[in-house]
Design a protein around this ligand. Structure first.
Ligand code: PMP
Length: 284
């Protein structure tokens, strides 16, 4: 049984409790982060912390603990649960208060929970080797997708619809342009240029995206941050997605049409290698 963290306590998972009045539960009034673990170490912890602070700030919440304390909690959970490959999930809510649309008083204690997920073979994934298929669906999420809230119902429905259509995942589309994947950032490669949507309120500012774009530029690859259409994606030479838990994963089909050769492309493969090497080297 896992040891999990709830508001200062480390407990067996079946003894951890949160109030039924918690606003995370009643209103999705909560933010989260997922930090990947390789070789028992945390990947890009600082990046995830910085985004967490920003998400909380955008919702008028604060960090309940310092960054150093947060790192200690992550490390203790990884050690106690002997996680070699996997991730640490963190959620902070506005706390428990009688149900009301109005936020509770500022001194309402926030709820913070963390748990680990062991995923042996994370770095050596069969999906990355074969490449994934996506279907496009309308992006019906709210307008502040840059805040990492726990409102994951639409992404969940999108993934279910993708699976029902025999695909691995969904790319979401707004005004004819791809915003992002249901739980990842989306990219295409045309000629020698990598294209991915620019940052804004329409997408989550992926921590993996930031690292991969930096590494691509360092490797002298051309990067354009702009919207791309579904048509442009279908005619691209390659496509791929990035996220903390899937790193760089090639996309080989969009809406049943092959992307390029229909096999994982060289740019995505190379970026996955570079990203994994760099992540292992800098993990803490
Ligand atoms: N977009 C969405 C909608 C996501 O849910 C995620 C993963 N949480 C990402 C992008 C990728 O972000 P990251 O690289 O920080 O995991």
């Amino acid at each position: 049984m896992r040891t999990v963290y709830v508001n200062g306590d480390y407990l067996p998972e079946d003894q951890a409790q949160v109030s039924i009045f918690d606003r995370g539960f009643l209103m999705a009034d909560a933010v989260y982060e997922v930090t990947s673990v390789l070789d028992g170490k945390l990947l890009d912890f600082d990046g995830h912390c910085a985004r967490l602070e920003r998400s909380l700030g955008e919702l008028g919440m604060t960090m309940p603990v310092t960054r150093d304390e947060l790192l200690d909690i992550h490390r203790r959970l990884v050690a106690e649960n002997a996680v070699e490959e996997g991730g640490v999930y963190l959620q902070i809510t506005r706390g428990a208060a009688d149900r009301d649309f109005v936020f509770p008083a500022d001194d309402t204690p926030q709820t913070m929970v963390l748990f680990t997920q062991s995923k042996p073979g994370l770095a050596d994934s069969p999906l990355a080797a074969r490449g994934m298929s996506v279907v496009t669906l309308p992006d019906l999420r709210w307008g502040r997708r840059d805040i990492k809230t726990v409102q994951l119902l639409y992404p969940s429905m999108a993934k279910m619809e993708a699976k029902a259509k025999g695909a691995d995942d969904a790319w979401m589309v707004e005004d004819g342009h791809v915003t992002e994947g249901s739980s990842n950032n989306a990219y295409i490669v045309t000629g020698d240029t990598i294209v991915t949507r620019h940052l804004g309120t329409e997408i989550l500012h992926g921590i993996t995206r930031a690292a991969v774009l930096r590494l691509a530029r360092e490797a002298q690859m051309k990067v354009e941050e702009r919207p791309f259409s579904v048509e442009e994606a279908a005619e691209a030479d390659e496509a791929f997605v990035t996220s903390a838990s899937t790193f760089v994963t090639p996309v080989v089909a969009i809406d049943g049409r092959k992307v390029g050769t229909g096999e994982p492309g060289p740019t995505a493969k190379r970026l996955r290698e570079i990203y994994l090497d760099e992540s292992r080297r800098t993990a803490i």
